[in-house]
Design a protein around this ligand. Structure first.
Ligand code: SAM
Length: 273
């Protein structure tokens, strides 16, 4: 059965929903601990020495723009995303940051890419695979388009571990389960990644485990909760009223300084022999 995950249907969303996605992706991409995770695995990929880089599921181009802006990078990044609206936003933001010489963005579906075999020195998929119903088939395609000796970086949440605290424990368990399955098509994909990488013919060379936990105030999780306030009804997982009650309770606990929210994240770096 196809997932309800709105991030996997960004070619069908209303502009108002997509505007909310732009806000969320940009807020997340500028959040210090998140930038640090990105920087760490890009370093392990030795991205500065790569000439042709692909950013699969680029969204607003946070990763493509970050790579292009690195002082040691002299190559080119191509960002591909399902949503023409997000691709347009990515190109505009790259222009505003004077990065247009180094990045290009194109609409495209990672499930049917027509890119040549072995075209790229490096491929990055940053929180893409968890939003796909069949992440392994896209990983195989990533392995196809990277050249022999090239490198792949897969970063994602282990969203099955994402948990927000609510006073009513039964409601907390129910709501966490709803949120993690409704807005993420493959919430456990990062646990299967070591075997998927091997099956796709890639060799795992580094893994970076992280926990993104906030206690007291929801700086990072606040914009995720705000975004899910509209995505949960969009996914058909909650009514608008239920989503408002859920979001208001969590954001209220942040205002009171008693918020708790956490999720594990992993970055895998693998090479193609
Ligand atoms: C959570 S966002 C991550 C965006 C970006 N990589 C970042 O980290 O800021 C997931 C992205 O995957 C894109 N996406 C989902 N399914 C896709 C597909 N089949 N082909 C291309 N992009 C897809 C969505 O449009 C969305 O921009």
């Amino acid at each position: 059965m196809a997932s309800s995950d709105p991030w996997g249907k960004t070619d069908q969303m209303e502009d108002a929903v997509l505007d909310g996605m732009v806000t969320r992706l940009e807020a997340r991409g500028k959040y210090g601990p998140f930038m640090k995770m990105l920087d760490e695995y890009l370093g392990a990929m030795e991205i500065d020495g790569k000439q042709e880089v692909l950013d699969m599921g680029c969204g607003t181009g946070i990763v493509a723009r970050t790579i292009a802006a690195r002082s040691g990078f002299s190559g080119k990044v191509l960002g591909i995303d399902l949503s023409p609206y997000l691709v347009k936003a990515a190109a505009r933001l790259a222009g505003e940051e004077n990065l247009s010489q180094r990045v290009a963005f194109e609409p495209g579906d990672t499930r049917s890419l027509e890119l040549a075999d072995g075209r790229f020195d490096a491929v990055v998929a940053h929180t893409l695979l968890s939003h796909l119903d069949d992440p392994f088939s896209v990983l195989k395609d990533i392995a196809r388009v990277v050249k022999s000796g090239g490198v792949v970086g897969i970063f994602d949440g282990d969203y099955g571990s994402r948990s927000y605290a609510q006073e009513d424990l039964e409601k907390m368990k129910r709501d966490n389960e709803i949120v993690n399955s409704a807005v993420v098509a493959s919430p456990y994909v990062m646990r299967l990644m070591p075997r998927y990488l091997r099956r796709a013919g890639l060799e795992l060379t580094a893994c970076f485990p992280y926990v993104l936990a906030e206690v007291g105030q929801a700086d990072y999780w606040g914009s995720a909760i705000e975004s899910n306030r509209s995505l949960l009804p969009e996914a058909g997982a909650m009514t608008k009223e239920q989503a408002d009650i859920w979001a208001d309770e969590l954001l209220g606990s942040s205002q009171d300084g008693v918020f708790f929210g956490a999720c594990n994240f992993y970055a895998y770096v693998a090479t193609k022999p």
